[in-house]
Design a protein around this ligand. Structure first.
Ligand code: SF4
Length: 359
């Protein structure tokens, strides 16, 4: 079940912790130019069909309604059988309006991922993140017909109190989303927060994750991946394909792709991306790797063990790493159930120590 990812490389302003590739305040003309380049890039993948679509960034919701409609015409041309099983767009509450929501739903999108992060203006201010009204954006999406909405929450923000964590979760649950993601803040060196000497709070992030895991479970959301919780049947199909080691094609600058053992990413350079495609060339790649069977198996295990379903206890990927997996089983760091291996739920948050065996 291959997936299609489209990277929208624009944001209104840059958040203080952001390490993703995006150009702040680029304007309409640049977005039109990027769309034309994207249409040319799509021409290099004639014949590729996908079951799921994920439009991320950046901030896809900074595009205008006509630009969103144009992007969705292009995206739909990749849909296996004429429509995607799931098609998601990432949205920042501050850049959504009713026209854009209508263009998104009218263009065939059926899932929205809303970057709430926190309901505390103080936390958003620490993150240097543009404030927005999540409640209003959520209502706008529902009114446009979105029946599948995910909210992102952030933990481990310097100074974030347990009460701020609880209050954000309460505010999120009041909206009754179908899916919730809980991500710990990571501050990288070359971001404004990193340069200001701020550090994430890993203990606070772990405490918040444990608190949220418990409350989300009681509210009917099952944890199906370390950071992701869903009502039954509302797991993100696009990301499940990624975690299960499936193929995906990424379009746009900085987008990553993974095809039958080949992994590559397009150079994070909007100007270079547009210029290459305008002169009929494919955009430059920042990496191109051919994975050995052992690397591929290691990656499948690392991604699969992040999932509550774990990995199959058998088959080629198991055999490649049999001694490592048996050692972890003997140490109680993995459990075996119904032919599958998984990290015990209580240890899932600290899974990195287990996963390092497969690098
Ligand atoms: S909205 Fe997302 S992509 Fe844009 S600057 Fe903020 S974190 Fe980065």
């Amino acid at each position: 079940m291959p997936g299609l990812y489209i990277h929208v490389p624009f944001c209104r302003s840059k958040c203080g912790y952001c390490d993703f590739y995006s150009v702040p305040g680029a304007g309409d003309a640049m977005a039109d130019r990027w769309l034309s380049a994207l249409e040319r890039e799509a021409g290099f993948y004639l014949g590729f069909r996908a079951d799921t679509l994920f439009i991320g960034g950046g901030t896809p919701s900074v595009l205008s309604s006509p630009q969103i409609s144009r992007l969705l015409v292009l995206a739909r041309s990749f849909a296996a059988g004429g429509s995607f099983a799931e098609s998601t767009i990432e949205i920042n509450p501050g850049s959504l309006d009713a026209d854009k929501a209508a263009a998104m739903a009218g263009g065939g999108l059926n899932r929205a991922s809303l970057g709430m992060q926190s309901d505390s203006p103080r936390v958003l201010d620490t993150l240097r993140r543009e404030p927005g009204d999540t409640r209003a954006a959520f209502r706008t999406l529902r009114e446009a017909g979105f029946g599948n909405i995910s909210l992102d929450l952030m933990t481990g923000v310097p100074g974030q109190t347990p009460e701020e964590v609880r209050s954000s979760l309460r505010a999120a649950l009041e909206l009754r989303p179908e899916h919730v993601s809980v991500y710990p803040l990571e501050i990288h060196g070359r971001t404004p927060l990193g340069e200001a000497g701020l550090a994430e709070d890993p203990d606070g992030a772990e405490a918040a994750w444990r608190l949220m895991s418990g409350e989300l479970g009681e509210a009917g959301y099952a944890r199906y991946e370390v950071s992701n919780f869903a009502r039954p049947g509302r797991e993100c199909l696009h990301n499940l394909n990624y975690w299960r080691g499936g193929d995906y094609l990424g379009l746009g600058p900085a987008a990553a792709s993974h095809f039958s053992g080949l992994r590559y990413a397009t150079e994070p350079d909007l100007e270079g991306y547009c210029a290459a495609l305008e002169s009929g060339r494919q955009p430059a790649r920042s990496s191109l790797e051919s994975l050995s069977p052992r690397q591929r198996a290691g990656e499948r295990i690392m991604l699969g063990l992040r999932l509550a379903e774990g990995i199959e206890a058998g088959g080629p990927i198991f055999i490649e790493f049999r001694p490592e997996l048996e050692k972890l089983l003997a140490a109680g760091k993995l459990e075996r159930e119904e032919g599958r291996l998984r990290i015990p739920g209580k240890d899932l948050y600290l899974s990195n120590s287990v996963l390092s065996s497969f690098v």
